[in-house]
Design a binder for this molecule. Sequence first.
Ligand code: NAD
Length: 247
Amino acid sequence: MRLKGKRILITAAGQGMGRASAIAAAAQGAHVIATDRDGALLDGLSEKGIETFALDVTDPTAIRACGEKVGSLDGLFNCAGIVHHGGILDLSDEDWAFSLDVNLTSMMRLTRACLPGMIERAAQTGTASILNMSSMASSIKGFPNRCAYGATKAAVLGLTKSIAADFVAQGIRCNALCPGTVDTPSLRGRIVGAADPVQAEKDFVARQPMGRLATVDDITPMVVYLLSDESRFVSGQGLLVDGGVTI
Ligand code: NAD
């Protein structure tokens, strides 16, 4: 019950790490509000005591409404993000703008909408925690064909440090999570969509010295830790869970 009594909002909770985090946080006693652009993907979560509603993080009106609807929060996990494949010479202005919108601007907007309620909450409890999904890949360590992805995920680290610095005196902590390669539906899609899927999977595995892909269960303990009071002296950090890629 490491999150008992905490009210936590999670984006992109329909599948992958967002969904696993919602389930892990609820199992630790949190009241979890799980959202996703695709509301159908949230099926099955309400049976676990999780509140759900559809939220597209690229919709500024919906984000403002979400901030009003959820009220005071102890935790916000900005998990939504997409991978754009390609280098700078293949990159259209539209794909660049869309990556920025989903991976970065959404976090700024949702945090801006939720922060006043979190500051109120931290005034009562001493702390509230924001967690932003960054990545090891191409923000900490460069990889080919991740130009827009790497730029946005690196910018998440800057946004995280800036929020951490501005609100540290008000009890708000803000950290970023930097996973390695995690076996999720979108990763499976990237493998299946490759010219040689068998080789693509081998390449994803080979880049991690621990010799395997992460599972979502390798990542959720760090999510729970960062949303819990156990991390009360941790703020402004990008926490790597990457199977040794950056040793
Ligand atoms: P995923 O990519 O399989 O699923 C992502 C979820 O995000 C889906 O349910 C989708 O409906 C939702 N989503 C997409 N656009 C959205 C929007 N505009 N508004 C709300 N929801 C939206 O899950 P994943 O691989 O766990 O990725 C989650 C996050 O983790 C992303 O930010 C991703 O960049 C990051 N990440 C993934 C890996 C990896 O290897 N899988 C590694 C590092 C970081």
